[in-house]
Structures are given as structure tokens and as C-alpha cells.
Design a protein around this ligand. Structure first.
Ligand SMILES: [Zn+2]
Ligand SMILES: [Zn+2]
Length: 341
């Protein structure tokens, strides 16, 4: 089968073709696993973190990709839920221990022993992949394969981030960064909390225009001052300066939720500007989001179907995965990027 493979970590600024198109053997489904014929796979910022070594794969080479949509074509042993032909999606968590306290309480995203799709095991930048049936999500009918892919990570993690803000209708919400996840959060907020005002901070003018189009009441640059203090803010940027700016804009008792698996070190010295009275005093909080649990993916897919969410997608053929990654890094194209096999 054809797959895009990561053989060596690198800096995307120096090497714009980190993945190589190769023919590799089709995987064989093991215990509790199914074989999927992959149709589409979303391109996520986490792939940049893997390639550039901020969250490196356990071993190389590896097939990246953790927002895959496909049909079941073969069943391994002990399959009780799925059958051949079912359309399912795969997300970041490939498997977890299912015995620790986090797994038992449904927070398998906090499990110390979880394995990540497309990092610790081969993922969806390929014609076929295997998945544990307990971590395969049926996809509601009203989504095409292209539309469904970014829901599995960008959408679901946006849903978890929003859940962790404790937002109430009528409050003010800030979104720092406006990529695949944030644009879906804005759509969700407009549906679930119609009285919430959304303020968007983005360096890129296209992203600010896009945010206003989707209903943000205000959009400005990362260091611009919004007209109101914000009850909660979700940060989806890869760097540090927006964190400092966001803390300044929080209302007393407000919470900043950081939705990023890793931050880049390039502007880490911005943190020295953190001023206790301005940025932290008055019971302001910071909370990170550690990817998504099965509950998040399942609940979000139901919500997405109910509200008929349509993610803005840009489709690339599998062999152009490198181009999609570079365009994600340089923010050239808005919306979510999806590979088609
Ligand atoms: Zn992701
Ligand atoms: Zn566990």
C-alpha cells in the first residue's frame, strides 16, 4: 500500500519535504483490531510537533496521521461492535491501559500508558491502517469523508477545550489563534451559547476576516486590547507571547485554556514579561488541554451532526502531504487541511 512516511526528524524551515511516499506492506489487524481502508485523513498541528521533535515518535519510520476516516475491510480476533463496510473515524488515542484511575473515570487522555495514533503506531497518511474497535468512532451520515476528518481532532479537542472553560451563556470568550480547531469552536459557541460574545486574536489578517465572517464580535492582533475583559480564553497558538497577552485580558476569576500539545521555544522569553498583579492576581487560572477522551469525540460528533457543522476544508492528494504541512505551518490557507487517498 502507499503511505507517506516520516523517517527522520527535521526542522520544516530547513526541509520542506519531511515525508516520503513509499510502498509498505498492508497492516494485519490483531486482537480487537480492524483493518480500515482509509479514505481521508486530516492534517493536524501535532504532526508538525512530531516531525520537528517536540513530541517525537517512539520509533522511526512512522506513518503520521490521527484524523482518519475509512471503511472496515477486515476484522481481527474478538470483534464485537463493528462489521465489514462500517464507516468509522480514528482519533489521537490509539489505545490506553483501561485499568488506571484515569481510564476508569473516562479520562484515558490522561493515562500514562496511552499510545498515540500516527506517533507511537502507524496512522492515517496511508491507504490502510489498523485500529482498536473500542477507539473507532462511527461517523454520522450527514458528513462526507472530507468534512468528517477534521472533526476527529480539531473539532473534538475544540469541544474539550470549550468544556474546560466552564463558559456560561452571556459571557465573553476569547479565542487566541484562529485555525482548524478555533473556527469550529466559534461555530459551536454560536449554536450552544447564542448570547456569548466571541473575541478573536490572530496575527494573520485572513484569519481575522474569517473570524468576523463566522460571527466574532471583534477580531484584532495578538497584542491588541479588546473592548471588554474576557471570562475565558482558549489559546491554540504554538508560542508563548499570546499566553502573556491573554492573561492580561482575562476578567477576575477568568480561565485561560491552552489547547496545544507543545509550545515552540522561539519566544519563550516573553514569559519574563508576566507581571503578577496584571496577569495573575484576582484568581486568574491557566489550564492545559491534553488531547481528547472517547467521551469528547463521541459527544462532539453527535453535537456536530445535530448542528450540521460544516468545517471549511482544503483537500490535498496523499502525495502532497508535505505541501499541506508546510501550508499549515505558514498559515497560507484557511480552514482545515485534509488528505484524500
Ligand atoms: Zn490532532
Ligand atoms: Zn490508563
Amino acid at each position: 500500500m502507499k503511505a507517506m512516511i516520516l523517517k527522520k526528524l527535521c526542522d520544516l524551515k530547513e526541509n520542506q519535504t519531511p515525508l516520503e511516499l513509499m510502498n509498505i506492506p498492508k497492516p494485519i489487524p490483531g486482537e480487537n483490531e480492524i483493518l480500515l481502508k482509509v479514505s481521508t485523513c486530516g492534517v493536524c498541528h501535532t504532526e508538525l510537533d512530531e516531525i520537528e521533535g517536540r513530541t517525537p515518535p517512539l520509533s522511526l519510520p512512522v506513518v503520521p496521521g490521527h484524523q482518519a476516516i475509512g471503511r472496515v475491510v477486515e476484522l481481527g480476533n474478538n470483534i464485537s461492535i463493528l462489521k465489514a463496510g462500517d464507516r468509522v473515524g480514528v482519533g489521537w488515542i490509539f489505545n490506553s491501559c483501561r485499568e488506571c484511575k484515569y481510564c476508569i473515570e473516562g479520562n484515558e487522555n490522561l493515562c500514562e500508558d496511552f499510545t498515540a495514533t500516527g506517533r507511537d503506531v502507524n496512522g492515517g497518511y496511508a491507504e490502510f491502517m489498523v485500529v482498536n474497535e473500542n477507539f473507532a468512532y462511527p461517523i454520522p451520515e450527514n458528513f462526507s469523508d472530507e468534512e468528517a476528518a477534521p472533526l476527529l481532532c480539531a473539532g473534538a479537542i475544540g469541544y474539550r477545550s470549550l468544556r474546560l472553560t466552564n463558559l456560561k451563556d452571556g459571557q465573553n470568550l476569547g479565542l487566541t489563534g484562529f485555525g482548524a480547531s478555533a473556527h469550529l469552536v466559534l461555530k459551536m459557541v454560536r449554536y450552544k451559547y447564542p448570547k456569548v460574545k466571541v473575541f478573536v486574536f490572530a496575527r494573520n489578517k485572513n484569519e481575522r476576516d474569517f473570524a468576523r465572517e463566522l460571527g466574532a464580535v471583534w477580531a484584532g492582533d495578538i497584542d491588541e486590547k479588546p473592548p471588554h475583559k474576557l471570562d475565558s480564553i482558549i489559546d491554540t497558538t504554538p508560542v508563548w507571547k499570546p499566553i502573556v497577552e491573554a492573561m492580561k485580558n482575562l476578567a477576575p476569576g477568568g480561565r485561560l485554556v491552552i489547547n496545544a500539545i507543545r509550545k515552540e521555544d522561539i519566544d519563550k522569553d516573553s514569559l519574563l514579561k508576566l507581571d503578577y498583579p496584571d496577569h495573575l492576581w484576582m484568581e486568574k487560572e491557566i489550564k492545559s488541554v491534553a488531547n481528547v477522551s472517547r467521551r469528547d469525540v463521541t459527544e462532539f460528533l453527535e453535537l456536530a451532526a445535530e448542528m450540521r457543522i460544516k468545517p471549511e476544508v482544503r483537500v490535498y492528494p496523499l502525495k502532497e502531504a508535505n505541501k499541506a504541512l508546510v501550508e499549515l505551518k505558514t498559515k497560507k490557507i484557511r480552514g482545515a487541511k485534509v488528505l484524500k487517498m
